[in-house]
Design a binder for this molecule. Structure first.
Ligand code: SF4
Length: 365
């Protein structure tokens, strides 16, 4: 997070991993290659291998002289992530990976295949300092920020998996795994820049197909708007009123609902993109008909047509008092939000059988 956005809920407890090629932008790659005594064109060659061919092991880069591959591997391509557990469900259409970083930190990503797209849900932090009481990740606190390369390695692994399995292509990326992306602002921003840049500088995924979620760090939302990257912003609201949101999403004590919605409006105005509102529907907590009315009214007032609400049936975590709302309650909630002129749908809950609510696999391991 940048110095202008102080937010210390729970400071990181661990040091960052070693530098990796994917941490570097174009000029950083040029410097790193020069430091190794290699000609300048090798920087572009390595980037083509990593972002274009999805290869992260220089020993497999056949256009690199055999005599320098080990040195390049040691200095620029340390192994950052080990897959310690993989679980599949939905007839192998959903696949969850639990990663272990070099310092033993664990976090996860989920690859979801649909008829028209392939989406990977990635983590931006190990753990999370936002302390939302209904969330498994929030209960463990923040272990540390992920590096840009650790974020990008989740993307590269997903893209390579799709390609190698049956020639599939990664089309969508959502920052909705562990962590609050905008609390790791600079590293997430660098990762997004390389996700959307065309090869050899990035994976070449359309900015419209990248979603960055946030619990509502209002200054960071405005800052992201000003970057003009035009990714989709998803604001996890979960309650339309400050009284409840102060308890469900503790960051609301810093930036109230109105401030988060003002920032979301700014984002929509600057980027021309519709903002997604995420609303985890929790039985007898935030699912009352009158709350649906307030939600619809406030969103219509703040964002007009530039908003879509995703209602997410809560995936209960083992031993938790929180539960999903009954289906009739969910249907009535959606109907009332729509009645206020706000587009609203129920989010597909892929991966419930493999504990794909954020943080659950890491919590179980
Ligand atoms: S819901 Fe999101 S922001 Fe809140 S604690 Fe969980 S991971 Fe963090």
């Amino acid at each position: 997070m940048s110095a202008s956005l102080p937010l210390v809920f729970d400071p990181p407890r661990r040091a960052m991993p070693p530098r990796h090629f994917a941490d570097l932008d174009e000029s950083g790659r040029a410097v790193a290659v020069a430091e190794l005594g290699l000609p300048a064109f090798r920087a572009k060659q390595l980037a083509n291998q990593y972002y274009g061919r999805l290869i992260a092991d220089p020993r497999r880069m056949t256009d690199l002289p055999a005599g320098v591959r080990d040195q390049v591997a040691e200095t620029l391509f340390p192994t950052l992530l080990d897959a310690v557990r993989e679980i599949e469900c939905d007839a192998a259409q959903t696949r969850k990976m639990l990663w272990r970083a070099v310092d033993g930190t664990t976090f996860e990503s989920v690859l979801m295949r649909y008829p028209d797209r392939n989406t990977v849900c990635i983590s931006s932090q190990a753990g999370c300092g936002m302390a939302c009481p209904f969330c498994a990740t929030g209960q463990g606190g923040l272990t540390r920020n992920l590096s840009t390369a650790e974020i990008l390695e989740q993307v590269r692994a997903a893209a390579a998996e799709l390609r190698d399995r049956d020639g599939g292509r990664l089309s969508n990326i959502v920052f909705m795994g562990m962590g609050e992306p905008l609390a790791n602002y600079n590293r997430v921003l660098a990762a997004v820049r390389r996700i959307v840049a065309p090869p050899p500088n990035g994976f070449g995924i359309s900015a419209r197909s990248v979603t960055v979620s946030t619990v509502g760090l209002a200054p960071a939302i405005r800052k992201l708007a000003d970057e003009r990257l035009n990714v989709t912003l998803a604001l996890s609201l979960h309650a339309p009123d400050d009284e409840l949101r102060d308890t469900l999403v503790p960051v609301n004590n810093r930036w109230k609902v109105s401030e988060a919605l003002d920032a979301a409006r700014y984002y929509a105005d600057v980027t021309g993109r519709r903002v997604s509102i995420e609303y985890a529907l929790i039985r007898d907590v935030n699912d009352q008909p009158w709350r649906a009315d307030i939600l619809g009214k406030r969103l219509h007032g703040a964002l007009g047509p530039l908003v879509h609400v995703n209602v997410i049936p809560l995936n209960p975590t083992p031993g938790s008092e929180w539960d999903a709302s009954p289906k009739p309650v969910e249907r009535e909630f959606v109907r009332r939000v729509r009645e206020r002129g706000v587009s609203c749908t129920v989010r597909d809950t892929r991966g419930r059988e493999i504990a794909a609510a954020c943080g659950q696999l890491a919590a179980q391991s």
